[in-house]
Design a protein around this ligand. Structure first.
Ligand code: FES
Ligand code: FE2
Length: 325
């Protein structure tokens, strides 16, 4: 079990840096077999590595022996990792498999291993304050297994804001008009199904061929994995993963795919312009996110959209007492 740092009273946000849920550590193609990656994520130092059979593993970075960082010089061996300092071998189950200069392994020798899930081209880690095992799964998205959809195009940002405040955007129907300049505010509903939050927005979209009925379907699978399907001139899929770095910073990434049916012209033309538009929207949001604070008791009006549904849903991902009241 590992414990996140507590949040100071003067923070812009009343939450701890990390909630209970799945968070992206890396994209699958960022980790080759035998590779070791040091990561500063989830309010701590971690080491992600891939064994020769292709399995991904993550452990806390600091060796329990004398504290070397396994991500700087550690070597993959079988499904374990050997420390660069005195060569202890840490196994994928967290046990110590070998101390080359001692026959006796201390019975309490263990390193914290993270539960990982790799699907949709993303390596996700499960975090729980109390060390509880995963309570839900990340779905495999059918679009990514279809030749009609383009390979994921990935964009990343480091943003000075809390992931939870940014995710609230999907239910904030009013900001689309004033921040993103849409002609109308989308009508948005939000429905909770356990760990899943389903937001549905319907709106008119302007295209070169005139106005069409469009929509955005957003599914949040816990705090760190959001799937956005945009229905308009083209069908677009976005996987939004926000991983806390610490109390202030978040590692945000969008991965886009477009239903182009193998049509290269479509991919280069409309597909590229959709991605440019999404990036422009992101830049517009970032200005707000980086400077705002989270109002625990916001002054809302009746036309503000289902913000309270979102806030109620996300509260399930914090352990009791973790959020400052
Ligand atoms: S610090 Fe890792 S083996 Fe000594
Ligand atoms: Fe936005």
């Amino acid at each position: 079990m590992t414990t996140a740092k507590s949040t100071s009273d003067d923070s812009r946000f009343p939450f701890p840096a990390v909630a209970n849920g799945w968070f992206r550590l890396a994209y699958s193609d960022e980790l080759a077999a035998g590779q070791v990656l040091p990561l500063s994520l989830l309010d701590r130092e971690l080491v992600l590595y891939r064994d020769e059979e292709g399995g991904a593993h993550a452990v806390d970075a600091y060796c329990p022996h004398l504290g070397a960082h396994l991500g700087h010089g550690g070597k993959v061996e079988g499904s374990g990792i050997r420390c660069p300092f005195h060569n202890w071998l840490w196994m994928a189950d967290g046990s110590c498999g070998n101390i080359p200069y001692s026959e006796h392994i201390p019975p309490r020798a263990r390193i914290h291993c993270w539960a990982l899930a790799e699907s949709n081209g993303i390596i996700m880690a499960w975090h729980h304050d109390a060390g509880l095992p995963p309570s839900f799964e990340i779905p495999t998205l059918p679009e990514l297994e279809s030749a009609d959809w383009t390979p994921l195009v990935v964009r990343k940002w480091t943003i000075k804001s809390h992931w939870l405040d940014m995710n609230e955007n999907s239910v904030d129907q009013v900001h689309f008009e004033y921040v993103h300049g849409t002609a109308t505010q989308p009508a948005t509903t939000a429905e909770v199904e356990g760990h899943l939050l389903k937001c549905r927005s319907r709106m008119k979209m302007s295209t070169p061929r005139g106005e069409i009925d469009g929509g955005i379907d957003t599914d949040d699978h816990g705090p760190g994995f959001q799937v956005v399907r945009v229905h308009g001139e083209l069908e677009t899929l976005m996987i939004n993963t926000a991983t806390p770095i610490d109390d202030e910073l978040t590692d945000v990434s969008f991965a886009y795919s477009i239903k182009a049916g193998g049509d290269d012209k479509l991919i280069e033309g409309i597909g590229a312009s959709i991605i440019r538009d999404l990036e422009k929207q992101m830049a517009q949001d970032i200005v707000i996110w980086e400077h705002k604070r989270y109002n625990r008791r916001p002054l809302l009006c009746e036309a503000d959209g289902p913000l309270s549904v979102y806030r109620q849903w996300m509260s399930q991902f914090f352990s009791e007492g973790a959020v400052r009241s």
